[in-house]
Ligand binder design. Structure first.
Ligand SMILES: O=C(O)C(=O)CO
Length: 278
């Protein structure tokens, strides 16, 4: 248990970013991974050229990698933006334009988890109006996810690094999950439990796992402090993943950490076995 027999996938928007996007799936495969996840790969293009979508699809399939998680358009990540769907005006329009494009892309690759990042509070905008807009857009996202048989993930970020984002605790993310499910009637919104972000918030991780494993459809990890590989900080990640497993979570665990100074390929030494992480 612990790190053994986990279904790890590599986040290709934070690991292997020393390589061009289209070379990252093969690099992940060479490191022994068969599953990968991505933030929206074109931060400046919610609706990219079909040729760009085709090229990425080909790179993923040629490498033999399965896409297991995809973020909808979320602006510039990891900052200054933290999502687009609650921002009045142009940014949330871009989010809506992206919905069917991202869902179609995910469907074409058999990816069944779509992450919708909430976005920052905007100076001068009414927070209640932003929340109302967010709920409308999340219901649209839930419908798009449902159309392709996917879950809609809601992630809590961390307050120190995302001071303007209102979704910075597990209970707040769960409130959004519940509100989206109530408004959509689809029951396909789920919690994305990112143990790094929650630990940065000072949350009681075992208690979060015990309370919310059943509503969780994706997990991401990085150590804290530093957002590096497991073992570079002080989080008991093996114990926490074991606890999640015992609480019934059997899904993927995304490796969403920054590589060390020797690069991405050298940042998997902590894994208990060298190949075939899926
Ligand atoms: O922006 C981040 O830090 C994320 O975890 C996005 O998924």
């Amino acid at each position: 248990m612990g790190f053994d027999n986990q279904r790890f996938d590599v986040n290709l928007s934070i690991l292997f970013t020393e390589l061009p996007l289209l070379e990252r799936p093969a690099a992940a495969a060479a490191a022994g991974f068969t599953a990968v996840e991505l933030w929206w790969p074109w931060p400046d293009a919610p609706v990219p050229a079909p040729a760009d979508l085709d090229a990425l699809r080909t790179a993923l399939t040629d490498a033999g990698t399965q896409l297991v998680g995809l973020n909808f358009y979320a602006g510039q990540l990891p900052g200054p933006d933290r999502g687009a769907l609650s921002l009045p005006g142009e940014e949330s329009a871009k989010f809506r334009a992206n919905l069917s494009v991202a869902a179609d892309f995910a469907q074409s690759l058999g990816c069944t988890a779509l992450n919708a990042l909430y976005g920052n509070r905007v100076d001068g905008a009414d927070p209640a109006a932003q929340d109302e807009l967010a709920l409308k857009n999340l219901v649209l996202a839930a419908r798009e996810a449902d159309r392709i048989g996917a879950v809609l993930l809601i992630e809590a970020l961390n307050a120190p690094e995302s001071p303007k984002c209102p979704i910075v605790s597990a209970p707040r993310a769960i409130e959004v999950v519940d509100a989206v499910n109530a408004a959509s009637g689809l029951d396909n919104a789920r919690f994305l439990m990112d143990l790094y972000h929650l630990s940065m918030n000072g949350e009681d991780l075992p208690a979060v796992i015990d309370a919310h494993a059943a509503q969780t459809a994706h997990v991401q990890i990085a150590d804290n402090p530093g957002r590096g590989a497991p073992g570079t900080g002080s989080l008991p990640l093996a114990d926490l993943l074991e606890r999640l497993r015992k609480a019934g979570y059997e899904g993927h665990v995304g490796l969403e950490y920054k590589p060390g100074p020797d690069g991405s390929a050298a940042s998997f030494d902590w894994l208990p076995r060298p190949a075939s992480h899926s």
